[in-house]
Design a protein around this ligand. Sequence first.
Ligand code: 13P
Ligand code: SF4
Length: 304
Amino acid sequence: QEEIARLTERVRQLLKEKNAVMLAHNYQPPEIQDAADMCGDSLELSIKASKTGAQVIVFAGVHFMAETASILSPQKTVILPRENAGCPMADMIDPQALAKRKEELPGVPVVTYVNSPAAVKALTDVCCTSANVVKVINSIEGSEVLMAPDKNLAMFASRQSDKKIHIWEGCCPYHDALTPQDILAAKEKYPNAVVMAHPECRPEVIDMADAALSTSGMLAYPDSSDAEVFIVGTEVGILHPLKKRHPNKIFVPASEKLLCQDMKRITLLDVISSLENMTGVVKVPEEIRIPALSAVEKMTQYVN
Ligand code: 13P
Ligand code: SF4
């Protein structure tokens, strides 16, 4: 604990020295979230990254998030403190495969989940996150949309839209592994609990949930519920900010499977060394950044 306090202090000191801001995703380890200037879901962090006045953005998250910050703020230095913090879902699509699919669906607009490589965003009409996917889909002209790379998010959106949605066969391996049996088992233990599920979960799991929400949606949800116990159907990193914000409520993970290795890679020591040496810089090349920018910028307009 003392060690954490000492390292946190060093992080805060370096952030000041380097005119840097530290953003952390809601799934990051507790000490990383506590050291950051701001925590949030993918949409909030993208907006924050586009608006900050700081010269350096330290992104405590995964690679696609740092790329999105670089797309929005090319004049800033974006640092991902651990280069190997990736996203298995983002790896389930590449620009060649998307270009091929687009040829099979001529004229069909493409909506890409922000959990995707920058080069894929460059081939996309508009990006979305789990917080604004329905608004984004319904803002598209025409009756058909190709949605990539998350099949579960696409199915979630298609149930709230009249459009025909063409699905890409990608998913988050952790959310996709959550089963209705897991939810049943948790409900058996906590019969009065409310179930929150992330839209990256399978449709049959979302059907059993009281609410399907982005991570920040989940952080706010207990404010509007009388329930005392919440079964949490998303990555377990969210339990830290949930408990902090609602100290009188009880939060239990829907399954132990919901642990994303990539979201746990960054340590306070990594943040310190990347700031000291200005390493781990993520820079999207201009030939990709320019075509990706409008899709990402449009996404940040659709807030709840
Ligand atoms: P949100 O925080 O946008 O709900 O994202 C979930 C996620 O999987 C990020 O990797
Ligand atoms: Fe990717 Fe899933 Fe990890 Fe989010 S939780 S970073 S979608 S693998």
